[in-house]
Design a protein around this ligand. Structure first.
Ligand SMILES: [Zn+2]
Length: 59
């Protein structure tokens, strides 16, 4: 039986890094998936620097 290994397992803490305790089967506290998405973009680098540049230029 082959099962996908790409499926992450919930750790019981919010994956955005805030440390919030969650119930079984949850990856994020409510709304924190957006936080994690922003953190992922930050980790990738380029999109955030572009966004910051635009923010300054558009002021
Ligand atoms: Zn969180």
């Amino acid at each position: 039986m082959t099962k996908s290994e790409y499926q992450p397992a919930p750790t019981g803490a919010c994956w955005c890094g805030c440390g919030a305790a969650l119930g079984a089967g949850s990856f994020f506290a409510q709304g924190h998936d957006k936080v994690a998405e922003a953190a992922l973009l930050a980790a990738l680098g380029a999109p955030v620097s572009i966004r910051n540049h635009r923010k300054k230029a558009g002021h």
